[in-house]
Design a protein around this ligand. Structure first.
Ligand code: LLP
Length: 434
């Protein structure tokens, strides 16, 4: 557990706020973020990159809540976006369009227009067809689009196949062997201005060697281009640094950056990075309450009020998230003080057992964790750890479940940064045929 989520007298806190207080005030399920943790991870990058011309473009997809974007914007971050919607969020949160890079394989004409109007820093182009489209749209607007080609370095990121992006069989980027030809082509298109080269090989990497292998391949191409008179202003080495969910031992931010800088020694280009998960993953937990305990013949189930619509990672990738009690067993709440939202006579003795921690959704794949040893009772609060990245941003309304509330903690203060959705909002745009 991080310094920002810790036990004090058997009670789990986010910074200086007991998670029980947050649940009592805002209900569950609820995402809770530590502002200090967000700031800390960002500053680790900034410090490691000090003295080097750089821009840290937070990958918005990891967690696109305005409050999170705003924290990073205030710290001077740029943003890596993959849709017009993410661009609008960045602007609404006070981000600077001039620090935005736009990745993604399927940019629509409308999205390209929006980004050109906003004057973003760079389009990370992923195909020859996109290059043509970008030139055309820019021409129509009398603009010149800043361009980087996302080169697929064909490096194995050694991560989950669904989140590995830098192999030639993946849909991302332009083929390594075609990149130089496409740069030549881009150099001739009048409404494009070549500014950089980028790559992103995958997510949740726990070793530095694939990053370095990719960087070296990218640098070799940069040299080929330079020999042809095509000079780049920036190199964007993407995101992908992993976090500890269970027993992984990913490199520390400072070590990862130091290795990248060593590989770039003697290079003058501005370095752009696109970290997502590492900035937010361990800065957030998902707070959930046990609704029922069901002791079956083969398995025991803890049915909680968070589900796969709130946190999809376990169902989608079989991802592991640690699940811990908000109040440790030997620190039971005093009896005259029943927990809020408790049903009739809700104080029950905790039962220590191995539980399948599951949600209420009608799918067998709706689980948060398998075979967890927990001492809990109905109404117990649990915290699902490492839920700050790809949690809320991948949530849905499946089973017509309103999306969770989000709270940002700052020292002793809790801020509600997203209200729990109301069911009526979910169908407000719908109509019936009469
Ligand atoms: N840049 C690009 C172009 C990306 O596609 C991604 C993530 C990032 C940066 C940020 O990667 P990070 O630093 O967060 O690893 N939903 C999956 C992760 C998908 C990542 C997609 N691309 C998960 O929950 O594990």
């Amino acid at each position: 557990m991080s310094d920002y989520f810790h036990y004090q007298n058997g009670e789990l806190y986010a910074e200086q706020v007991p998670l029980e207080d947050i649940a009592a005030r805002f209900g569950t399920p609820c995402y809770v973020y530590s502002r200090a943790a967000l700031t800390d991870s960002f500053l680790q990058f900034a410090n490691a990159l000090q003295g080097r011309d750089h821009l840290i473009c937070y990958a918005v997809k990891a967690n696109s809540s305005l409050a999170i974007l705003n924290v990073f914007a205030r710290l001077g971050a740029g943003f890596d976006i993959v849709s017009g919607g993410e661009l609008k969020r960045v602007l609404a949160a006070g981000g600077d369009a001039r620090k935005v890079v736009f990745s993604g394989v399927g940019k629509t004409v409308a999205e390209i227009r929006l980004a050109l109007e906003a004057d973003i820093l760079c389009f990370n182009v992923e195909s020859a067809a996109e290059l043509e489209r970008l030139n055309q749209v820019a021409a129509g607007m009398g603009k010149v689009a800043p361009v980087s080609l996302r080169v697929n370095p064909d490096v194995d990121a050694k991560t989950h196949p669904y989140i590995s992006t830098g192999l030639k069989q993946n849909k991302f980027g332009v083929a390594y062997t075609e990149a130089v030809g496409l740069y030549r082509k881009a150099a001739k298109l009048p409404h494009l201005r070549i500014t950089g080269m980028d790559c992103h090989i995958g997510s949740q990497l726990t070793e530095t060697s694939p990053f370095i292998a990719a960087a070296k391949k990218i640098l070799a191409l940069v040299d080929v281009l330079a020999a042809e008179g095509i000079h780049l202003e920036h190199l964007d080495l993407g995101g992908g640094l992993g976090i500890c969910y269970d027993d992984e031992t990913p490199p520390a931010i400072g070590d990862y950056v130091a290795e990248l800088l060593a590989a770039l020694r003697g290079r003058g280009e501005k370095l752009i990075l696109e970290p997502g998960r590492i900035l937010v993953g361990n800065a957030g937990v998902l707070l959930t309450r046990v609704e029922y305990l069901k002791h079956g013949e083969e398995k025991n189930f803890a049915i909680v009020d968070a589900a796969m619509n709130d946190l999809m990672r376990p169902a989608l990738y079989d991802a592991f998230h640690n699940i811990v009690p908000v109040r440790l067993e030997n620190h039971a709440a005093p009896l005259p003080n029943p927990p809020p939202h408790a049903g009739e006579g809700a104080i029950e003795k905790s039962t220590s057992s191995i539980y399948e921690v599951v949600g209420p959704i009608c799918e067998t794949g709706d689980f948060i964790g398998h075979a967890r040893s927990l001492s809990i009772a109905p109404q117990s609060l649990l915290a699902v750890l490492s839920a700050g990245a790809y949690g809320m941003s991948m949530s849905s309304n499946y089973n017509t479940r309103p999306r969770a509330a989000e709270v940002m903690v700052e020292g002793k203060v809790m801020h509600l940064v997203r209200k729990r959705e109301e069911v009526e909002q979910l169908y407000s745009g719908e109509s019936v045929v009469v």
